[in-house]
Design a protein around this ligand. Structure first.
Ligand code: GUN
Ligand code: ZN
Length: 499
């Protein structure tokens, strides 16, 4: 059973800019991994007849006592290339089109080898999950067998994921290209494979043998090519992918308006369309299940079309900075009614962590608030706040992926996808390599308020300094800015512990 009760400090975002912190909270999860209730134990609703103490006691052995720790919704990564994890952290010295040609395509061609694929995919998925990403939208490559390996790896890991087979039938290197016929056939074949093997009680997550939480669907399109996106798919293939997405109700993920060189190329390739966004629209790939990475340079007309059709932006600031693509103004998309989530874009982005992405999103938005890249007559938007960034990393991302009803926060009825964040201690490796818990200064006392720090040698290596009087609100903020996977003590997907 996935049933359980979790007591700790709950922090989640209900809508953009509205973060709720429940100092002493209790989340009750039912046998199918869904949230039955989310209580503030200091302020129980009238229909609960038990006292807080009695309520907690009623769960006995099923209670996980996480007092002093934060319980956050799992992060949503709306855009990551699992194969590119192989070269993450190298090759960050070229603009997009040259970067694809020099690093990305040679790397991705290795995924015709399924053993290589399993090795890299296992590392990639493990790292994303350890970093707190409970829902991830992955691109694979054109290789169907390796795509199936990625599906298997995420199911075994217990991560909630979308896996997209990449389609590339033009403007791609000889060693990484499909015929239009093969691409159309394989896209549908992979979709059918995923849908037919998607079971609620599947292969087991986190070794529990209890079934998976992944709802895997195939996504189409990547665009690859010396440009990767529209440039790497013929109109005929795009139309077929659009038809598949409609026939099977599948989401669509791709890239949009990332770099000036790419945009100019799309214009050249598609004189029949007014805009880059218009190309996806014309071939059936822009609808309420579509989401597009980057959107650095979209025009007002493109934003309007996206908003009208219900598409979403996946903001990938780390990648946009590193590949020199530009500074995307997310506030402008939010203002214009588009859904927005965050993406690491491994390996255009070097980090698999949505925390890193969130920080860079705050910087990108700050730069835009200074007036960078304003359209004629446009007033600068205020910079994204950290509360708004947290929303994009959780509920906003879930909505962008069409999963807002299922995950993103702790609203009853949703699945329990959660992180347990230890803000008081850090796991350190001692010389023998054994993980130890080292006490931190911020030993939360009554009311979640930090006690006066002790001066111990361990204290110097504890992650966050907390002043006396500071509490879980500050610890949450510090985690967003300073935290990393060492603070993420446990990860749950659909009520199953996976880390
Ligand atoms: N455009 C097409 N393919 C890619 C890719 O793999 N990464 C990025 N960042 N942009 C792309
Ligand atoms: Zn990408």
């Amino acid at each position: 059973t996935r049933a359980g009760a979790y007591r700790g400090t709950i922090v989640h975002s209900l809508e953009l800019g509205v973060v709720q912190l429940i100092l002493d909270g209790l989340i009750i999860v039912n046998a199918s991994g869904r949230i039955a209730a989310c209580y503030d134990l200091d302020n129980l609703p009238d229909d609960v007849t038990l006292s807080a103490e009695e309520l907690v006691e009623s769960f006995e052995a099923n209670l996980t006592d996480l007092r002093g720790k934060l319980i956050l919704p799992g992060f949503v990564d709306g855009h990551a290339h699992a194969p590119q994890y192989a070269f993450t952290g190298t090759g960050m010295d070229l603009p997009l089109l040259q970067w694809l040609e020099k690093y990305t395509f040679p790397c991705e061609s290795n995924f015709q080898d399924v053993a290589f694929a399993r090795d890299v995919y296992t590392k990639a998925v493990t790292r994303h999950l350890r970093s707190g990403t409970t829902t991830c939208s992955y691109f694979a490559t054109i290789h169907v067998d390796a795509c199936k390996v990625l599906v298997d790896v995420v199911r075994r890991a217990g991560q909630r994921a979308y896996v997209g087979k990449v389609s590339m039938d033009r403007n791609s290197p000889d060693y990484l290209i499909e015929t239009t016929e093969d691409a159309m056939r394989d896209a549908e074949l992979f979709a059918k494979f995923v849908l037919s093997t998607n079971t609620e009680a599947g292969a087991g997550a986190g070794g529990s043998g209890e079934g998976i939480a992944n709802k895997m669907k195939q996504l189409q399109l990547k665009d690859g090519a010396e440009a990767g996106f529209v440039p790497s798919c013929t109109a005929q293939l795009m139309q077929k992918l659009g038809d598949i997405s409609e026939a099977y109700s599948l989401p669509v993920q791709s890239h949009l308006s990332e770099s000036p060189g790419e945009i100019a190329w799309v214009r050249e390739l598609h004189p029949e369309c007014d805009t880059y966004m218009g190309v996806y629209d014309r071939y059936g790939l822009l609808h309420e299940r579509s989401y597009f990475a980057h959107c650095v340079h979209c025009t007002g007309e493109e934003r309007e079309l996206m908003s009208l059709k219900g598409g979403a932006v996946i903001h990938c600031p780390s990648s946009n900075f590193m590949l020199g693509s530009g500074v995307a103004n997310v506030k402008r998309y939010i203002r214009d009614g588009c859904k927005v989530g965050l993406g690491t874009d491994v390996a255009g982005g070097y980090s698999s962590s949505i925390l890193d992405c969130l920080r860079q999103a705050l910087i990108a938005s700050r730069v835009c608030s200074f007036g960078h890249g304003l359209e004629p007559g446009e007033a600068a938007c205020d910079a994204l706040t950290f509360q708004e960034g947290f929303h994009l990393a959780t509920q906003g991302g879930a909505e962008a992926l069409g999963l807002g009803h299922l995950v993103g926060n702790f609203t009853p009825g949703k699945e329990f996808d959660a992180l347990v964040v230890d803000v008081r201690s850090i796991k350190q490796l001692d010389p023998s390599g054994v993980a130890q818990q080292v006490p931190n200064a911020a030993q939360a006392g009554a009311g979640g308020v930090a006690a006066a720090p002790e001066t111990t040698p361990e204290h110097a290596s504890a992650p966050f300094h907390m002043f006396p009087g500071q509490g879980m609100q500050e610890a949450f903020e510090k985690f967003l800015f300073l935290g990393d996977d060492r603070n993420i003590a446990q990860v749950y997907v659909g009520g199953v512990r996976v880390v």
